[in-house]
Design a binder for this molecule. Structure first.
Ligand SMILES: [Zn+2]
Length: 70
């Protein structure tokens, strides 16, 4: 289920909403439709930079996962 984060342009309320097809999203605070979608909670793959020493690989020893060096 896709959960999106929104920010209301009118009252600055930030909220999350489960969005199905053709769901009309309104601000829960002021019922405005003048909202802006932020980053999706899902589908983040490829968007983040890998940090050294974590799952995405170590820059120092070139191993797939390294916790002993940085
Ligand atoms: Zn609002």
């Amino acid at each position: 289920m896709p959960i999106y984060e929104y920010t209301c342009n009118d009252c600055r309320e930030e909220f999350e909403k489960l969005v199905f097809a053709s769901t009309v999203v309104l601000c829960p605070q002021c019922s405005s439709a003048n909202i802006r979608k932020k980053m999706s909670t899902f589908g983040m793959s490829g968007g983040e930079k890998p940090s050294a020493g974590k799952e995405s690989g170590c820059n120092s020893c070139h191993k797939g996962s390294c916790s002993s060096c940085k």
